[in-house]
Each structure stands twice: as C-alpha cells, then as structure tokens.
Design a binder for this molecule. Structure first.
Ligand code: ADP
Ligand code: MG
Length: 309
C-alpha cells in the first residue's frame, strides 16, 4: 500500500516516543498537501491538543489557521454514558419492567468497570472510520501506548462473533416468547421466528455485528500502522513484539519512525534498530532542540516525514 494512499494512518508505539507529536505533524502534512484530514486521539490521556497548542474537544473541530485540518479528542466518560442510555432504551422495549432496576444497576457497575473507556474509544474510532472517505479524505490516529493499541485493533474482530452470539440468543428468546403466546399471535409455520425487522434489539445487534466486522476489515485493508520508536533497547524490544503481533493479525505496517535521535551520532542501539527494521524501512528524525509543538514546528517535522511539500 502506498503511504499517502492509506485512508487511515495509525501512529503506535511505547509511551513517550513521539506518537502524538508525529500524528499531529502527519495530519498537518496531509492537510497541507490538499487532503481533508481528521486527526483523532484514542489515548484517554489526550495530549493531541497540546501538540497543536489548540484546545480540542469531543467532536471534530477545525484546527486554528490550518486549512482542511480537523482534530478530535473523544471523551470516554461521555461516550460510555451515551452508550448506557442507548442500551437502557433498548432493554426497556425488550425486557419486563420488573427486571429493569437490576439491569440498570448492572449497567452502571459495568460502565465504571475496567476496559470501558478503551471500548468506548474504539466505538468512536469505528464511527470515524465510517466517515472516511466521505466527510474527510484521511484519518490519522494518535493512539494510546502499545498494549492498548493492540487491544483496540483486535477488538472489532474479537467482538464480532460475540455480538453474533447475542443476536442468536435474542432470536431464540423472541421466537420462544411468540410460540408461548399461542397460535393466535404466532400464526402458522415459521411466523414465530424472530426477524430483525420486528425486534428493535435484534436490529441493533445485527447492525452492531455488521459495523464491527466492517471496521475489522477496514483496519486491515485501508489502514497503515506506523510504529514510532526511540533508540533505546527496551523501546526496540517492545516495538519488535508489536510489529510481530500486528503482522500476525493481518495489519499493514509502514516504515517505522525512529524518533528523537540524539546528536551524539551512531550508537549500538541505532545500528540494531536499522538492522531489525531494514525490511520495513526506517525514517529517522533527530531530537529537536525545542519541543515540536504548534503548526510551524509540526510542519517542519511533516516535511521530514515526507508528508508535505
Ligand atoms: N523529534 C523530537 N524532538 C524533540 N522532542 C520531541 C520529538 N518528538 C517528540 N518530542 C517530545 O517528546 C515528548 C513525548 O512526545 P509525545 O508525542 O507526547 O509522545 P507519545 O505520544 O508517544 O507519548 C513531548 O514532550 C514531545 O514534545
Ligand atoms: Mg501521546
């Protein structure tokens, strides 16, 4: 896949290597080359706004003074609360009223549980993937550190069969309910079988399964993962494991970005990085004297990355 042709570019890597900075630079470069670009942060500890020196919020907004560039930092709490409300609305239609207080309690517990923010941010990423191409030409993802990114990328394909299973259970429950309510409502033959057309919950489950499996496909076909690393042994080791996991998962890997190279010149670990990633290609970026924040410094980085004129 040609680098500039990937609809989605995901910057991944260990904490502190420069994912946010480079996602911001990458997006800015794409926008300057004429593409309508949205950059999204999927790290709950958002810092994308800091890189642009512009506050960003829960919905996409233009980034000051840069044409064709939008940024968004989805709010995991607000997303979880919206999701809880939707599930409760569906449950109200599908379940007997007396079980609703228990369902409500369960959901509020689950909403506060581990993994919820991650899953909410994955949902928001899927929403945005569906809008590219369309509302935007390119999507750039500033991701959370390695482990979170790998789970986020695996989530759509892991959840698809699970949601499929829920849909099957719901189909059986609705059919059984109809049979139990007698021949008058069940009618003859297959009329007792549940279809998504007449059960909103089932409709929602089918829709969710479809969206998850499409996202799993898009992440493998239209996305390029750019791993960022710094010349340090531990970072190299983590990056190698991540690269292997991603390759095995069927994701496309672009050249790695070796960032924050100190001015001292070649070192053992630099040589090791160049050797290990010779097949992928390595783009090298020096440690800048000033922190690369704000449009001007990010634009210089974008040129070094090869994504702007
Ligand atoms: N090439 C570079 N030169 C100098 N400082 C850099 C460079 N890349 C990143 N930084 C700085 O390193 C710190 C971590 O970068 P950041 O983009 O937040 O990393 P991550 O998102 O991977 O945690 C920030 O202070 C950032 O400004
Ligand atoms: Mg970051």
């Amino acid at each position: 896949m040609l680098l500039s042709q990937a609809a989605i570019t995901i910057l991944g890597g260990k904490g502190g290597v420069g994912k946010t900075t480079l996602a911001a630079a990458y997006a800015l470069g794409l926008a300057r080359s004429g593409l309508r670009t949205l950059v999204v942060s999927t790290d709950p500890a958002h810092s994308l706004g800091d890189a642009f020196a512009t506050p960003l919020g829960d919905s996409p907004q233009p980034i000051a003074e840069v044409e064709r560039l939008w940024g968004v930092q989805p709010d995991p709490e607000a997303t979880v609360q919206r999701r809880v409300r939707t599930i409760l609305d569906d449950a109200q239609e599908a379940l007997p009223r007396e079980v609703m207080p228990a369902v409500r309690r369960q959901l509020h517990h689950a909403a506060a549980g581990p993994g919820m923010a991650e899953s909410a941010l994955t949902d928001r990423l899927i929403d945005l993937i569906e809008r590219v191409p369309g509302d935007w030409d390119r999507l750039v993802v500033d991701s959370a550190p390695t482990g979170h990114l790998l789970r986020m990328l695996d989530l759509p394909s892991l959840l698809t069969p699970w949601v499929q299973g829920l849909a099957r259970q719901r189909e059986r429950a609705v059919s059984a309910e109809r049979r139990a309510s007698g021949p008058l409502t069940a009618g003859a033959g297959g009329a007792a079988d549940a279809t998504s057309a007449d059960d909103p919950l089932l409709q929602r489950l089918h829709e969710r399964r479809h969206r998850l499996s499409s996202a799993a496909g898009r992440l493998r076909e239209d996305a390029l993962v750019r791993l960022v690393l710094t010349p340090r042994r531990m970072v190299l080791a983590e990056t190698e494991r991540a690269a292997q996991h991603l390759r095995e998962g069927g994701f496309h890997l672009g050249p790695v970005i070796l960032n924050q190279i100190p001015p001292e010149g070649d070192s053992e670990v630099l040589t090791a990085v160049r050797e290990r990633f010779a097949d992928h290609g390595v783009v090298e970026l020096a440690m800048a004297q000033a922190e690369p924040t704000g449009a001007q410094r990010l634009a210089a980085l974008a040129r070094e990355l090869g994504v702007a004129q």
